[in-house]
Ligand binder design. Sequence first.
Ligand code: ADP
Length: 254
Amino acid sequence: HERVLDITLRYFEEANQILGVSYDLTRIRQLEKLQKDFVGNVSHELKTPVTSLIGFTETLLDGAKDDPETLTAFLKIMQKDAYRLESLIQEIIQLSKSADINYHIQTLNVKQVLQQLLADYTPIIQEKNLAVTLEGDPELTFTTKVEVFYPICKNLIENAINYSLPNGQINIQFAEKNGLVFQVQDFGIGIEKEEQTRIFERFYRVDKARARNSGGTGLGLAIVKDYVEILGGSIHVDSHLGVGSTFYVYLPVN
Ligand code: ADP
């Protein structure tokens, strides 16, 4: 990395000495760049569905609405754009407030939390005919910041479901090990080695067109990574293209 230094020199006449102070601005500049990139990405991501919404409303108002079939088809696309905007905005808020949120610490039953989260996905699990197993001590509890713990689990489960193929299998396991360890395994599309570190970057998606169609925002794993760090834990992925992926999370005792 290029280093950015700010150096101030001051001459003290009485002592005939020069005092030099140097500030290392490298980290500040890196953060500024990250922030700039993020804002650029956000604007781009928000613009796409908005442009589409404007285009379709204009076409409908220009007369396309008089054909019932076109009307329904366009409304469906517009609904998808609106949902996409909704999830983008929600995730951007999640990312931005993570630093100054007022956390609630609670003792949770891990199995119950995971079961609750899975229940939200029952329709898509049934639609894709996925078999989901959940293994771990049903009595195990974990004391943690709920506002970050839930999204970590939710995003990993959601990805396992989204990137599974029909009739696939998902295994979720958890255990106590100086804190909590859990893993989410799927036998879906998998991720190439070169992509495996990049997927945790904000807005990064392996296959952009496909991800956009599936409603993905590319923010889920960035949120997971941020939140795991807030809890002082770690995350890593083991994945093979066309075979499947396992995400491992370790969260230390609060
Ligand atoms: P998205 O909203 O697109 O799912 P994420 O940040 O959650 O965004 O994930 C980033 C990218 O990583 C995804 O677009 C996808 O390409 C890849 N990915 C994440 N989880 C999985 C998984 N379980 N299997 C295969 N690819 C995955």
